[in-house]
Design a binder for this molecule. Structure first.
Ligand code: 9D3
Length: 251
């Protein structure tokens, strides 16, 4: 996959992409990053990328010419890429979108920096993405979040013993509690069922813990799960046991 990023702060991309799984994916040739500074595509002496808004008001607006002439250079000599604009006004980024993007051969991510884009830029954009309801100083961290989520889904990017398939968000359920040695830590022990060696009981316990945790922490995810009658009954009973305001999970 060719991943091209348009930004005014290319140096921001020197950190996360050079580490861990993303670094390995690049070394393996599964992904190639090209970072572009669209300030290099300005034509005036001051290398101006923004200007005051028509109609007045606070703040500055990113001019269309540098971004679009950079975009044309980025598209040249490559198979057509999907153009993604990182913006607080975009569609909320989800695992399903990461899966869609992972199937692309060529992605182009455009980052702004605490400024709006001239509306006409949107004519070149296929998709607008926000990573959540909080205010960042720019689209760069969002572009890295999207890149990270997408790259790990490329076949071969994760080690052979790890699969992106069995991620909890593939089924939209939270993970069950995990334990490792020691058996006792600061007076806290591991649930006995996990030491029983009884795999059917362990799986049952894990499934119930995952369901309960999802119901308590992310009730919004529950509606998309298809629960068996027994699972529904279990959840109803457990949630009734939990008194109002008690945030502790029922064991
Ligand atoms: C002054 C009004 N601001 C809207 C709340 C304008 C504005 C703020 C922050 C415009 C751009 C930005 C920078 N943020 C992004 O570019 C951004 C972002 C984000 O802030 N949150 C979540 N996802 C994203 S994707 C790009």
């Amino acid at each position: 996959m060719l991943l091209q990023i348009l930004t005014l702060f290319p140096e921001m991309f020197n950190g996360p992409l050079r580490c861990s799984i993303i670094k390995r994916a690049q070394e393996q040739g599964l992904v190639e990053f090209r970072i572009w500074n669209f300030r290099d595509f300005t034509t005036d002496k001051h290398r101006t990328v923004d200007d005051v808004p028509y109609g007045g008001g606070d703040g500055m607006v990113l001019k269309p010419e540098p971004i679009i002439s950079c975009l044309k250079a980025v598209q040249r000599d490559n198979p057509p890429g999907k153009v993604i604009l990182l913006t607080p006004q975009g569609e909320l980024f989800k695992q399903a979108i990461a899966r869609e993007f992972a199937a692309e051969e060529h992605l182009i991510l455009i980052c702004g920096h605490y400024e709006g884009f001239d509306e006409r830029i949107r004519a070149w954009v296929d998709r607008e993405i926000s990573i959540g309801d909080y205010v960042l100083t720019g689209g760069e961290l969002a572009a890295m979040v999207v890149s990270d989520a997408v790259i790990r889904l490329i076949p071969g990017a994760l080690g052979s013993d790890t699969s992106a398939q069995d991620d909890s968000f593939s089924e939209n359920i939270l993970e069950y509690p995990q334990y490792t040695r020691p058996y006792e830590f600061e007076g806290m022990t591991v649930p006995d069922v996990l030491l029983s060696g009884h795999h059917a009981r362990i799986n049952d316990w894990r499934r119930k813990q995952a369901l309960l945790r999802t119901a308590l922490r992310r009730p919004d995810l529950l509606k998309d799960l298809s629960l068996s009658a027994a699972e529904q009954k279990y959840l109803e009973e457990k949630l009734n046991e939990t008194t109002f305001g008690n945030r502790e999970e029922v064991k």
